[in-house]
Design a protein around this ligand. Structure first.
Ligand code: FES
Length: 114
Protein backbone atom coordinates (compact mmCIF):
# COMPACT_ATOMS: atom_id res chain seq x y z
CA UNK A 1 0.00 0.00 0.00
CA UNK A 2 1.45 3.37 -0.93
CA UNK A 3 1.27 6.51 1.24
CA UNK A 4 -1.58 8.05 -0.71
CA UNK A 5 -3.74 4.98 -0.14
CA UNK A 6 -3.07 5.10 3.61
CA UNK A 7 -4.15 8.76 3.85
CA UNK A 8 -7.35 8.07 1.95
CA UNK A 9 -8.17 5.10 4.19
CA UNK A 10 -7.62 7.20 7.34
CA UNK A 11 -9.88 9.96 6.04
CA UNK A 12 -12.66 7.49 5.25
CA UNK A 13 -12.42 5.88 8.69
CA UNK A 14 -12.61 9.24 10.45
CA UNK A 15 -15.98 9.95 8.79
CA UNK A 16 -17.59 7.52 11.22
CA UNK A 17 -18.87 9.34 14.28
CA UNK A 18 -19.58 7.64 17.57
CA UNK A 19 -23.17 8.47 18.50
CA UNK A 20 -23.74 6.24 21.52
CA UNK A 21 -24.38 2.70 22.68
CA UNK A 22 -26.90 0.34 21.12
CA UNK A 23 -28.58 -0.22 24.49
CA UNK A 24 -29.40 3.51 24.57
CA UNK A 25 -31.72 3.01 21.58
CA UNK A 26 -34.99 1.29 22.52
CA UNK A 27 -35.84 -1.82 20.50
CA UNK A 28 -38.39 -0.88 17.81
CA UNK A 29 -37.63 2.76 18.51
CA UNK A 30 -35.09 5.46 17.77
CA UNK A 31 -32.77 8.09 19.19
CA UNK A 32 -32.01 11.38 17.47
CA UNK A 33 -28.60 12.77 16.58
CA UNK A 34 -28.43 16.46 15.81
CA UNK A 35 -25.94 17.58 13.19
CA UNK A 36 -25.34 21.16 12.19
CA UNK A 37 -27.97 21.05 9.50
CA UNK A 38 -30.47 18.33 10.37
CA UNK A 39 -31.65 15.74 12.85
CA UNK A 40 -30.83 12.12 12.07
CA UNK A 41 -32.91 9.33 13.59
CA UNK A 42 -31.02 6.16 14.46
CA UNK A 43 -33.42 3.21 14.62
CA UNK A 44 -33.06 -0.18 16.29
CA UNK A 45 -35.14 -3.13 15.16
CA UNK A 46 -36.45 -5.93 17.36
CA UNK A 47 -33.51 -8.10 16.20
CA UNK A 48 -30.94 -5.37 16.98
CA UNK A 49 -30.23 -4.12 13.47
CA UNK A 50 -29.63 -0.37 13.25
CA UNK A 51 -30.53 2.09 10.50
CA UNK A 52 -30.19 5.85 10.17
CA UNK A 53 -32.18 8.39 8.21
CA UNK A 54 -33.09 12.05 8.37
CA UNK A 55 -35.83 12.55 10.98
CA UNK A 56 -38.18 13.92 8.37
CA UNK A 57 -41.00 12.08 6.68
CA UNK A 58 -41.13 12.51 2.87
CA UNK A 59 -44.85 13.29 3.15
CA UNK A 60 -45.09 16.39 5.36
CA UNK A 61 -41.87 16.26 7.39
CA UNK A 62 -43.27 14.28 10.33
CA UNK A 63 -40.78 13.09 12.99
CA UNK A 64 -40.03 9.52 11.94
CA UNK A 65 -38.06 8.97 15.17
CA UNK A 66 -41.41 8.96 17.00
CA UNK A 67 -42.87 6.28 14.75
CA UNK A 68 -43.17 2.56 15.34
CA UNK A 69 -40.49 0.28 13.91
CA UNK A 70 -41.73 -2.98 12.40
CA UNK A 71 -40.50 -5.43 9.76
CA UNK A 72 -37.68 -3.23 8.45
CA UNK A 73 -39.87 -0.14 8.23
CA UNK A 74 -41.06 2.76 10.37
CA UNK A 75 -44.62 4.07 10.38
CA UNK A 76 -44.80 7.85 10.52
CA UNK A 77 -46.73 9.06 13.58
CA UNK A 78 -48.56 11.80 11.66
CA UNK A 79 -50.40 10.10 8.79
CA UNK A 80 -49.14 6.51 8.93
CA UNK A 81 -46.97 6.44 5.82
CA UNK A 82 -44.66 3.43 6.00
CA UNK A 83 -41.00 4.18 5.26
CA UNK A 84 -38.33 1.57 4.53
CA UNK A 85 -35.43 1.71 6.97
CA UNK A 86 -33.13 0.24 4.30
CA UNK A 87 -33.58 2.88 1.62
CA UNK A 88 -35.85 5.58 3.07
CA UNK A 89 -38.53 5.05 0.42
CA UNK A 90 -42.24 5.30 1.09
CA UNK A 91 -43.97 1.95 0.71
CA UNK A 92 -47.16 0.98 -1.06
CA UNK A 93 -48.91 3.64 -3.12
CA UNK A 94 -47.11 6.53 -1.43
CA UNK A 95 -44.17 8.19 -3.16
CA UNK A 96 -41.09 9.94 -1.86
CA UNK A 97 -37.95 9.16 0.09
CA UNK A 98 -36.00 10.29 3.11
CA UNK A 99 -32.19 10.48 3.11
CA UNK A 100 -30.53 7.48 4.69
CA UNK A 101 -27.02 7.23 6.16
CA UNK A 102 -24.62 4.36 6.82
CA UNK A 103 -24.58 3.21 10.42
CA UNK A 104 -22.70 0.35 12.12
CA UNK A 105 -22.32 -1.24 15.53
CA UNK A 106 -18.93 -2.33 16.89
CA UNK A 107 -18.66 -3.80 20.38
CA UNK A 108 -22.00 -2.23 21.23
CA UNK A 109 -20.96 1.26 20.08
CA UNK A 110 -23.01 2.86 17.30
CA UNK A 111 -21.19 4.78 14.57
CA UNK A 112 -22.86 7.04 12.02
CA UNK A 113 -21.39 8.19 8.73
CA UNK A 114 -22.77 11.49 7.45
S1 FES B 1 -45.90 13.49 7.64
FE1 FES B 1 -45.45 11.38 7.66
S2 FES B 1 -47.20 10.46 6.89
FE2 FES B 1 -47.63 12.55 6.78
Amino acid sequence: MNAEAIITFARVESDWRLVGRIEDIPRQGARCVKTGEMTVAVFRTSDDRVFAMEDRCPHKAGPLSQGIVHAGCVTCPLHNWVISLENGRAQGADEGATRTFPVKVEDGSVYLKL
